[in-house]
Design a protein around this ligand. Structure first.
Ligand SMILES: Nc1ncnc2c1ncn2[C@@H]1O[C@H](COP(=O)(O)OP(=O)(O)OP(=O)(O)O)[C@@H](O)[C@H]1O
Length: 631
């Protein structure tokens, strides 16, 4: 029989599983049970939407069967099964391309937590097995198939023997090693514990035949009664959905386990919200704020939404209408008795009841975040690191219609304390004479810190917000004003600062005729790339920088021009020169006496300023030749 190869990335992942450094191997059972439960959900849904099919509750269950003699553990379900093509597509490739992102071998060795980040579902079974068989029959096909793999080498598919739809996964459990006791995955009591820990709220019965002991009926009146063992089919899980329970019956661990079981994320959630609403519209919901963004979160592939149940029946696994875009990271379930089972996507959009729920959800998430920001700053910063960009997008999205709501959730890095502050905190501690909320943009905090124009504002003892994300300046532009204070870039040609005291005299006698002519000449040399060349008395050691006139900053210019359809926008750049620097005196000396030197110096200064601003130098060879000339 032909052996097929896994697609290359799957092969790597498989290798990783087989030689797993991941200590939490037991999660394989949760993954397989969740897949089984999803497969039954799919049949259930099919029967609800297809009048010819009936769903008989007793026919749907998951069965676990450990067999110590053969060292196998079997997990079977009566779900939808897979066709041959689906087997190939689902188990031959890792559909979740995010797993492809896992980095170098070295990172793998260092314990790069790929499972924590992406989840590996079915493949996790190779952490505990030498060989895995999947026998499956699709509800839509007569023929069953058997998929077999011993790991990274590949897999085979041949006809199987199952007669009714569903899947049967057989794991050939590894032998014990020094570090790992694989035997326990064949122990019924251990399996029972794992199911309770990870899969307790799976909605279908998880059955296992267990051996029990009892007093023999005929000896029960004896002084020393005899015992006998017998087999009983047990249901291992409680099945009552967690959202139907009272919040006070549940612990954080229960909520976290449910989150894991539902595979909302593979991390621990930062917070959960349990809603139990009675009234015009009655519903229950559990919402989570995850700890980490899913691998595809900031891509187009990410689909927001909550699971929507109608009285315990899953009707949609990602109902986007329930969440505003700015909270698209939230995961969870909503279950309402008042929703119709046959609700369609189109109807959902206009559904008043759903809008009622979504408004409530929106306000509860806001409340939760406010609480976190006020009471647990560390956690909030962790949250913001993960999802802050989404809140920023939300602030400027839709013409800023949600800015008032979202602006207080934003954090920015502050020059003052070297940590993150809110706009409120910034404005509240502004000195009285400070006119603006100052910000500086650049690729990193380290880069921004060194900008000449930053030192100007810092010397005044004013706090500066450091913006390192492309979107940041657009957010400020959308917010416009905070606490009646305007935002002002430190690269603006008008910083609203008093003239430096020690230079006051200098400042006043400014702009002699020579100065003016010199600056005009320099502007002429540089050409249209700048709108002006001017002097500044605010710089200490630095010689030049580029400021801008008007609303469009250099950072915005970069961002806009890097977009796929980005046109050629141009910020109105101003070359600012430190008039107290000896080089400025030199320039004055060159004026009218040595035009070539003036040209050389001007071009060098302009290009230096471009480099400081993170802009490319047009003719880098000429630039270096010019430096060489001076040297
Ligand atoms: N017991 C099963 N019955 C039917 N289909 C299954 C079963 N197990 C897995 N599959 C199919 O194989 C696919 C891949 O499973 P896998 O566990 O690797 O990822 P997933 O469940 O899609 O993702 P994740 O585990 O990250 O949520 C599933 O999406 C499903 O279509």
């Amino acid at each position: 029989m032909e052996k097929k190869e896994f697609k290359s990335e799957s092969k790597r992942l498989m290798d990783l599983m087989v030689h797993s450094i991941y200590t939490n191997k037991e999660i394989f059972l949760r993954e397989l049970i969740s897949n089984a439960s999803d497969a039954i959900d799919k049949v259930y849904y099919k029967t609800l939407t297809d009048k010819d099919k009936n769903f008989n509750k007793d026919d749907y269950y998951i069965r676990i069967h450990p067999d110590k003699d053969n060292r196998t553990l079997t997990i079977s379900d009566t779900g939808i099964g897979m066709t041959e093509k689906e087997l190939e597509e689902n188990l031959g490739i890792i559909a979740k391309s995010g797993s492809n992102d896992f980095k170098s071998e070295q990172e793998m060795e260092e314990g790069f937590d790929i499972i924590g980040k992406f989840g590996v579902g079915f493949y996790s079974s190779f952490m505990v097995s030498d060989k895995v068989e999947v026998e499956t029959k699709s509800i839509d096909e007569e023929q069953a198939y058997l998929w077999v793999s011993e790991g990274a080498d590949g897999y085979t598919i041949e006809p199987g023997e199952l007669k009714s739809h569903g899947s049967k996964i057989t794991l050939y459990i590894k032998e014990n090693t020094e570090d790992n006791n694989y035997d326990e995955y064949l122990e019924p009591y251990h399996i029972q514990n794992l199911v309770e820990k990870y899969s307790n709220y799976i909605r279908y019965p998880i059955k296992m035949v267990t051996e029990k002991s009892r007093v023999k009926e005929e000896t029960k009146d004896n002084e020393n009664p005899e015992y006998e063992t017998y087999l009983e089919d047990d249901i291992l899980n409680s099945m009552v959905p967690i959202w139907r329970k009272n919040a006070n019956e549940l612990t954080d661990e229960d909520y976290n386990n449910f989150y894991q079981e539902k595979r909302y994320g593979y991390d621990a959630p930062l917070a959960h919200i349990h809603l139990n609403v009675e009234g015009m519209m009655s519903y229950k919901a559990i919402l989570y704020i995850p700890g980490q963004p899913p691998f595809d979160y900031y891509t187009r592939d990410y689909e927001k939404g909550l699971e929507l149940y109608s009285n315990g029946v899953l009707i949609m696994d990602k109902c986007g209408e329930l969440l505003p875009d700015y909270f698209s990271f939230v995961k969870g379930v909503v279950d309402s008795e008042d929703l119709s089972l046959n609700i369609s996507r189109e109807m959902l959009q206009q559904d008043k009841q759903l809008r009622l729920i979504s408004r409530k959800i929106d306000s509860r998430i806001s409340e939760e975040l406010k609480k976190m920001l006020a009471n647990d700053r560390e956690k909030y910063e962790e949250f913001f690191k993960a999802f802050g960009n989404q809140l920023k997008v939300g602030t400027y999205d839709k013409w800023g219609q949600n800015k008032d709501k979202l602006q207080d959730f934003l954090l920015f890095y502050s020059s003052k304390e070297g940590n993150f502050v809110t706009l409120k905190e910034y404005v509240e501690r502004m000195p009285e004479d400070q006119k603006y909320i100052y910000f500086a943009s650049g690729s990193s905090v380290e880069h921004i810190e060194k900008l000449p124009q930053v030192s100007i504002v810092k010397n005044k003892n004013y706090e500066i917000l450091y913006l390192t994300e492309n979107i940041d300046e657009f957010v400020f532009q959308t917010i416009g004003q905070y606490g009646e204070k305007d935002f002002r870039s430190v690269s603006s040609d008008n910083l609203g600062l008093e003239a430096p005291e020690e230079n006051e005299e200098e400042e006043n006698k400014e702009a002699t005729e020579v100065d003016e002519k010199l600056l005009e000449k320099m502007k002429e040399i540089i050409g249209d790339e700048v709108v002006k060349v001017k002097t500044t008395g605010h710089l200490k050691d630095d010689l030049v920088y580029l400021s801008t006139e008007g609303d469009l900053s250099i950072e915005m210019e970069k961002t806009l021009n890097s977009m796929p359809q980005g046109g050629k926008v141009k910020a109105k750049k101003v070359l600012e020169i430190n008039k107290n620097h000896p080089v400025y005196e030199k320039l004055k000396g060159f004026y009218e006496k040595d035009e070539d030197q003036l040209k050389l110096y001007t071009e060098l200064l302009y290009n230096q300023a471009r480099l400081i601003a993170g802009l490319p130098v047009d003719d880098i060879v000429l630039f270096t030749q010019n430096i060489s000339k001076l040297m």
